[in-house]
Design a protein around this ligand. Sequence first.
Ligand code: GLY
Length: 363
Amino acid sequence: MTSLTYKIAGRPCRIVVGSSLGKTLSILLRETVGNGRLFVLCDANVFALYHKGIEKQLSRFSPMTIVVPSGESTKSASQANGLQSWLIDSGISRNDFVLAIGGGVTTDIAGYVASTVLRGVRWGAISTTLLGMVDAALGGKTGINHSAGKNLIGTFWQPSFVVCDTDYLHTLPAREYRAAYGELLKYAALTGGKTMNQIIRLVTTESVSANDLKEVIVACVQYKMAIVKKDERETGSLRMRLNLGHTFAHAIENTLGYGKLLHGEAVTLGLFAAAELSRSIHPTSLRALNEWQSVVKQVMTTIPKRRLDPVRLLNAMQSDKKRIEMSVRFVLLDRPGKPIFVRGIDMVLVRQALTAMMVAWEK
Ligand code: GLY
């Protein structure tokens, strides 16, 4: 087991990675829940598979539990409102604790609900997907989607702890597991070097040892949390680099309709487009990006085909960028390990990058 503690916004956040973490969870809950009550928001698929074990593990805290539907469409204002009402009707107080159990959808909405009820109740997460363990559950970005864009409603609200118990991955459907490759390949591009090689091996190897998997999760946690510690609210370019491929990905998710592709799948497509755009802006990166991009392409072939509309994608990207005042900057790559921020990109080049991605995906 690896346990890492970060102090963010003046409060400690503990991240534990390993397997058979039941005892560790009990200790964390004893420390954090104290004499408060425990409210559990659990993903429906996870609940169906694990409810007996979870109920046994949490019984000493006499939790109140609600089951949250699986899938991106759950990250809606109406679901958030239902969960907030449940907490309020159950008499939640500031001293209580919200525990999210599930993947990125569950931790995003549970964190959002915890941050808004009573102006903020403490929360923690058991991340049950690989994508959640390496990205979504970390760093305190919480939120729901809006018809105008992905994650447009949300807060920064750090969890007290995140438990990444790899035992949950044994029952994770293959498609969900592979969706994490999008975020993993993002880290590979951002870190370069040893971590990039480890991630590429993990993504391209059929059977990965438990230890290799754990090492990659820990490396991603360390990379991301070091950034979050310095730039929690993405006020500088530091945290912004974690959005590599995401401007494309969010537009893909938004124009297709939430849930038509998994977030990590859209990120993989976004990474390919970002690599193409990097090449057209900065041709020297051509060779250095080759190996990494060919792995991205390999992962793309496993993503179910959907029809994308380049005009709608461009419109969605432009309005997303304007809204979050990023119209001037795109996260691109000089080479693996060296993200760059490029201002005022010609939309003709963006369209070409999108077309190249769509052609590669079709093959
Ligand atoms: N997923 C990007 C971030 O947390 O900043």
